[in-house]
Write a protein that binds this ligand. Sequence first.
Ligand code: ATP
Ligand code: MG
Length: 198
Amino acid sequence: QMRGDGQAIAPIWQRLVRGEGMRRLFVALRPPPMLRQCLLGTMAGVSGARWQSDAQLHLTLAFLGDVAEDQAERLDAGLSRIDAPAVPLTLEGAGSFASRGRVHSLWIGAEPEEALERLAGKGRRAARGAGLVSDDQAFVPHITVARINAGCGPVDGFIRQWSDLCAGPALVERFGLYESRLGSGGSAYHLLCEYQLR
Ligand code: ATP
Ligand code: MG
């Protein structure tokens, strides 16, 4: 994979979108295969849930929203300067996110390990350095495993079933800048650039 240096973004921008404009970007880790197997193994027991595919599994470090090309180049340069150790990733517990009282996603948690939290902080700092407003919410490390809507069955059984889950650690040695695009089977996430950890 490409290592970002600011120059790398321009050709990608041209290759992946028709024309110019903004793109929806986020910085994330890909769980290693062993953990993805485990995540896929949790995906049952909630009727109507839209379970995520293997390709969709990620842990968001920093969400950037819509970004213009010149900002993305600066972001890529900032991300490529991050010097941080590899992250020992451990899956831990389960939960849900809701808005206005309605559950919309189910997730498996990640242990709030120091290397992970520091990396998220560095990703958000790189975003601010590029003039972007990164999310300033508390970092809740998680991997979304299902999308939920009003027609779905209850989710509390799922959360209880996986509350004691502990899998890993598995070492994550790189992180990526991703583009999110709305697709027919939910959002599709495309790796734009990848950055090596120590
Ligand atoms: P969809 O929005 O189509 O249901 P999605 O939420 O996975 O799918 P995006 O909204 O593009 O797709 O988000 C990409 C990633 O960033 C996801 O991991 C999502 O949880 C996270 N994310 C989205 N919005 C925010 C936000 N405001 N703050 C923090 N993280 C966010
Ligand atoms: Mg979303």
